[in-house]
Each structure stands twice: as structure tokens, then as C-alpha cells.
Design a protein around this ligand. Structure first.
Ligand code: PLP
Length: 410
């Protein structure tokens, strides 16, 4: 159990001081300095153990330092790490085969970070708009949602509706229109003959685990098909088992034209993302028109192959559904005045607190003292997303800590 007392001249304080001094202050982390991870657990430099309820924003769905992914990484790193795409490597084709088979996709574009996958999809879908749909040059429009989160590049923050994410970074690229998330009429009335794509998260993660109304995504799918609009689902956070299904689109009974995956695609070992395409969107890219030095490198491909394999072989997706339902149910049964709503799917859960509760940050600080690492989102929500390998007893233990903190801070 971590102690409440902080050692004034401890290792952690020294490291935090150096970070403050030398680093850009673009994050405000919880002051815990971690040095080891295994499964659902993390240890700080003072040896305190924590249960990770963030999973690096769902990048470590497979648990920290998964032994099989680690083995693959070490083995591949000793053989070949990077060739660039000027040459071929022996891991790329099997990676394509396995991700295509797993997700039912026809074409794959490997990249590194999630934001790069988003940017790549935007490039491809615009080109598709001009070459296939017949949109006049430079007139392509992409519809995005209010409160979206798709990454931090200039292209992406340019269509964010969050003043903190975009403020001071303009001018931004044109060609994006915002429609209210979850509102089918808003989406329909934003469409023009130049709309090439609708880019949306099936569940908005950074916005605070916002699930759209029943039937919304299905209607979106129908409208996109009818109007020849490419439906791009950003499953970088919701994908790969997080919501209790391989892809969150399965809850809606729909199939996207383009699916973006990242984060857990490497189990947290390495930045690996991909654009998956079911239509001819990726087919428009010709040699020289897009690329990435590291995209599709053999180390990334080998790691991703094992990360996908263990997700399926070790039953993590089913476990996410099972433990997620149990955790959500348990959270709903906590009798604390501060809890306004518990929402989520699988192990992607948020507890929304009443605005009078004084903000989620102090709850996260209190949970840290109890040995749970959580992240506050949008001031009043606590996001809970443990690795998908969490077992029943660990879930129970989490519930006890949540109960104790939520009732104690009431
Ligand atoms: C994290 C995230 C991204 C960006 O991924 P990076 O690897 O941080 O660039 C994009 N979309 C969604 C939905 C995400 O959660």
C-alpha cells in the first residue's frame, strides 16, 4: 500500500524536479514515478504497487510487459529492425495477412502513431473523393463530430472543437465540417455533394466515454452508403478488445469502410498503427504519394502480430466483456452522492461525478493513495480502463477501493 507521506528528498521528487525543469509542460501527470509493470500492475520507484486503471489510454490492453510480446520484440530486435519501405521485409506480408483476417479488411496501410493513421486516412479519402467520387479539385469535405479526439497533429487539431487543443495553433487547413456527435439530423444536414467522408469515434474516449444513442451509428452507416460517403471509424482507443468486442462497430452491427487502429496494436511496446480499408479508398495511393520511414518496419510488424495473437488466444476480448460488465455493475451499486452516472462498454468505463463533487482530479489522487491509478477526464469524469487481463479478484479489489474513495470523499 503506498504511503501518504512523501519523502522530501526521495528519488521520485528528484526525477519530478528534473522533468519540471527540462521538459515542455504539455502534460500535468499524477505525481507517481513508475519504473516497472507486469500485467495489471505498476510499481513506482519507491516500490509501491498500483493497479493500472488507464492502460496508457488503452495501449496496453494486453497487460504490461506481456511475456510473449516481449519475447517477440527481443527476438526480432536481434534479427532485423528497420529496412525502410525502399526494400521489403519478411514480417510485413504476414502482418497484413493476420490483421486483414482478424478484422475482415482488404487493404492495410501501416503507420506508427494514431494521429498518423488519422492523417493518412484523410489523405487517402480526399484522393478517393477526387478520383473515384468525382469531387472537384480541392473541394473535398470531411465531416467530423463535436468533442472529437483524433490526435495532436496540426491537421487533426484543426478540426478539434476543444479550445485547449486548438487555441493558439492556427491557421488550420480547410475542408472539415463539424456535426454534433450522436445527432443523426445534424450529420445529414452537414452533408453536401462534396462530402467525401465522415470521421467518427464509435465511442468518444477523450470526451469522457460518450456512447452515441442506440441506432445512431446504424443510421450513419445507411446514410453514408446512400450518399457515397466513406465511413471512417477511429477505433484507435475503442478497438482491439477494449469494449468487449474486437471492434466497437460490432456493438452497432455495422462495418466501416475505413477503420483506424493503433494503441493496443503493439500491446504498448512500440508505436504501431494502421489504416484498414474495406473499400477502394487505399487503392488510390500510388508509389511516392504517401509513406513513413518507420511504417511497416519488421520490428513493428512482428510485435503487432504477437500483440494481436495473444489478444485472441488468451481470451482477452471475452474477458473485457465479462469483467467490464461486472465492474460497471459494481460501480453502479456504490452508494455515493457524488456519482452522477456510470457509463461504458466492456472495460471502457467512466464514472461521471456531480459538478459539486469538486472535480475528478482529487478522486484520482485519493485512488492513487489506495493503490489505483486512474485519470480524470474533462474535469468531472473518472475514466476506468484496466488492462483486459484483469481477473475477477482484481476487479473485486478495485471495486472495494472505488467504494471506499467515493464514499469517503462524499
Ligand atoms: C489516442 C487516440 C488517437 C491518437 O493516437 P496517438 O498515438 O496519440 O497519435 C487518435 N484517435 C483516438 C480515438 C485516440 O484515442
Amino acid at each position: 500500500m503506498p504511503s501518504a507521506a512523501t519523502d522530501q528528498f526521495g528519488v521520485a521528487d528528484e526525477l519530478i524536479r528534473t522533468e519540471r525543469l527540462l521538459g515542455a509542460h504539455n502534460y500535468k501527470p499524477i505525481d507517481v514515478v513508475l519504473s516497472r509493470g507486469e500485467g495489471v500492475y505498476l510499481w513506482d520507484v519507491d516500490g509501491n504497487r498500483y493497479l493500472d486503471c488507464l492502460s496508457a489510454y488503452s495501449a496496453v490492453n494486453q497487460g504490461h510487459c506481456h511475456p510473449k510480446i516481449l519475447e517477440t520484440m527481443i527476438e526480432q530486435a536481434g534479427k532485423l529492425t528497420l529496412t525502410s519501405r525502399a526494400f521489403r521485409n519478411d514480417q510485413l506480408a504476414p502482418f497484413y495477412e493476420e490483421i486483414a483476417e482478424l478484422t475482415g479488411s482488404h487493404k492495410v496501410l501501416p503507420m506508427n502513431s494514431g494521429a498518423e493513421a488519422v492523417e493518412s486516412a484523410i489523405k487517402a479519402v480526399r484522393k478517393w473523393g477526387y478520383e473515384v467520387k468525382g469531387v472537384p479539385e480541392d473541394k473535398a469535405e470531411i465531416i467530423v463530430c463535436s468533442n472529437n479526439f483524433h490526435g495532436r497533429t496540426l491537421g487533426v487539431v484543426g478540426f478539434s472543437t476543444d479550445p485547449v487543443a486548438r487555441g493558439g495553433f492556427g491557421p488550420f487547413a480547410p475542408g472539415f465540417k463539424v456535426a454534433e456527435f450522436g445527432n443523426i439530423d445534424a450529420f445529414k444536414s452537414t452533408i453536401t455533394e462534396n462530402t467525401v467522408a465522415f470521421l467518427v469515434e464509435p465511442i468518444q474516449g477523450e470526451a469522457g466515454v460518450i456512447i452515441p444513442p442506440d441506432g445512431y451509428m446504424k443510421e450513419v452507416r445507411e446514410v453514408c452508403t446512400a450518399r457515397n460517403i466513406t465511413l471512417i471509424l477511429d477505433e484507435i482507443q475503442t478497438g482491439l478488445g477494449r469494449t468487449g468486442r474486437l471492434l466497437a462497430e460490432e456493438h452497432e452491427g455495422i462495418v466501416a469502410d475505413v477503420t483506424l487502429v493503433g494503441k493496443a496494436l503493439s500491446g504498448g511496446f512500440y508505436p504501431v498503427s494502421a489504416v484498414l480499408s474495406n473499400s477502394d479508398v487505399l487503392g488510390v495511393l500510388q508509389p511516392g504519394q504517401h509513406g513513413s520511414t518507420f511504417g511497416g518496419n519488421p520490428l513493428a510488424c512482428a510485435i503487432a502480430r504477437t500483440a494481436m495473437r495473444v489478444l485472441v488466444e488468451e481470451g482477452m476480448i471475452e474477458n473485457s466483456a465479462e469483467q467490464g460488465a461486472y465492474l460497471k455493475d459494481g460501480l453502479e451499486n456504490i452508494r455515493a452522492n457524488a456519482v452522477r452516472e456510470v457509463r461504458g462498454r466492456g472495460l471502457m468505463i467512466a464514472v461521471e461525478l456531480d459538478p459539486s463533487a469538486g472535480g475528478a482530479r482529487r478522486y484520482c489522487e485519493a485512488l492513487k493513495q489506495k493503490g489505483i491509478l486512474c485519470k480524470d477526464t474533462h474535469e468531472h469524469s473518472i475514466r476506468i480502463a484496466p488492462p483486459l487481463v484483469i481477473d475477477h479478484d482484481q476487479t473485486d479489489w478495485c471495486l472495494e477501493q472505488f467504494d471506499s474513495v467515493l464514499t469517503a470523499l462524499d
